[in-house]
Ligand binder design. Structure first.
Ligand SMILES: Cc1ncc(COP(=O)(O)O)c(C=O)c1O
Length: 294
C-alpha cells in the first residue's frame, strides 16, 4: 500500500483521514503541485516549490513548511514508495474550521502529499485536441485545487473523441485544461506569455529556455484562435505528459497530421536535459542545472 504524508506523519494512504470541515473539502480552498520523479529524483523541485510559494501567497495561506522541509518530506515519500518514476501530488488547504467564507480565527493549514507510479511512454504519443471556450476564473496563474471547470472541459474534449481541450479567451489561446500550449508556424515556435490567464508551467518554461539556449526561434507571444488553426505543429506541455504533439485539432489534421520536426528537436533537447540533470544529481555535483547554451 503506498505511503502518504499528512500533517507531519508518513502513513499508509488508506489510513489517511481529514475532517469533513476541511476548507479544501467544503470550499476547494487550497492549492497544489504535481512534481514528476524520474529515476527516484524529484525533477525541477526548486521550480515547483517556488510556484507553490507563489500560489500560497496569492491565496493568502501562510507557508506551512520551508523548502528544505518540503524536500525532506517529499524525498522520504518517494523512497518509501519505491523510487523509480513517480508523480508526486501535494496539497495545502487553509485548514479545518466552521463553515464560513471568512475564518473566525486562524487555523493551521492541512498539508498532504502522496505519489503514484508514473510510466512515461518511451516517447509521448500524439493526441487530438479541440478548442473550447475558456470558462475558468481570472486567476489561472494560481495552481488552485478547485478544478471543476477543467474537469468539464476535459469531458467536453472526451465527448469529441479528443484528449485535450485547448482554451480560447477573447479570441486567443490561453492554455490546455491541464497543459500549456505551443504552436509552430514556418519554423517559429510561439507560446502565450505568462500572466493571470494561464498557469506558469514548469515544463513550458523549461522548453522555452531549452529552445532559446539552442538558438531556435521561440517567442512568448499571443496566439489567436485563427493562428492556432493554421499552425504547422501544436504541442502540449505538462510535468507528467512532458512534451506531447497534437496531430489533430477540431477534427482536422495539424500540418501533415504527424508529429513535426520542431517537436522532435524540442523533445531531444528536453530528454538530453533530463539525462544531464539525473547524471549530475547521481554524481552529487549540481542539483539545479540551467540549460546549456549551445
Ligand atoms: C491548467 C494547467 N496548465 C498547465 C499545466 C502544465 O504545468 P506543468 O508543466 O508545471 O505541469 C498544468 C499541469 O497540470 C495545468 O493544470
Amino acid at each position: 500500500m503506498p505511503s502518504c504524508y499528512l500533517n507531519g506523519e508518513v502513513l499508509p494512504l488508506e489510513e489517511a483521514r481529514i475532517p469533513v470541515l476541511d476548507r479544501g473539502f467544503i470550499f476547494g480552498d487550497g492549492v497544489y503541485e504535481v512534481i514528476p520523479v524520474f529515476g527516484g529524483r524529484l525533477f525541477r523541485l526548486a521550480e515547483h516549490l517556488k510556484r507553490l510559494a507563489a500560489s500560497l501567497k496569492a491565496v493568502r495561506i501562510a507557508r506551512p513548511l520551508g523548502d528544505e522541509e518540503w524536500a525532506d518530506i517529499l524525498k522520504t515519500l518517494v523512497d518509501r514508495n519505491g523510487g523509480g518514476n513517480q508523480s508526486v501530488y501535494l496539497q495545502v488547504t487553509r485548514g479545518v474550521a466552521r463553515r464560513d467564507l471568512v475564518l473566525a480565527e486562524p487555523v493551521s493549514p492541512t498539508v498532504f502529499a502522496m505519489s503514484n507510479p508514473l510510466t512515461p511512454p518511451r516517447e509521448p504519443e500524439p493526441v487530438g485536441a479541440v478548442t473550447c471556450d475558456d470558462i475558468r476564473w481570472r486567476y489561472c496563474h494560481i495552481k488552485a485545487i478547485g478544478l471543476l471547470p477543467n474537469v468539464l472541459l476535459r469531458l467536453q474534449a472526451a465527448d469529441a473523441g479528443a484528449y485535450e481541450a485547448i482554451l480560447i479567451r477573447d479570441g486567443r489561446v490561453t492554455e490546455g485544461a491541464a497543459s500549456n500550449v505551443f504552436a509552430v508556424h514556418a519554423g517559429v515556435v510561439t507560446t502565450p506569455p505568462k500572466g493571470p490567464e494561464l498557469l506558469p508551467g514548469i515544463t513550458r518554461d523549461l522548453i522555452v529556455e531549452l529552445l532559446q539556449a539552442a538558438r531556435l526561434p521561440c517567442h512568448e507571444t499571443r496566439i489567436s484562435a485563427e493562428a492556432l488553426a493554421s499552425a504547422d505543429e501544436i504541442w502540449l506541455t505538462s510535468s507528467v505528459r512532458e512534451l506531447c504533439p497534437v496531430t489533430a485539432l477540431d477534427g482536422r489534421p495539424v500540418g501533415r497530421g504527424v508529429p513535426g520536426p520542431l517537436w522532435r528537436c524540442a523533445l531531444d533537447l528536453y530528454q538530453a536535459y533530463k539525462q544531464r540533470t539525473y547524471q549530475a544529481e547521481v554524481e552529487g555535483c549540481v542539483s539545479d542545472l540551467r540549460p546549456a547554451a549551445s
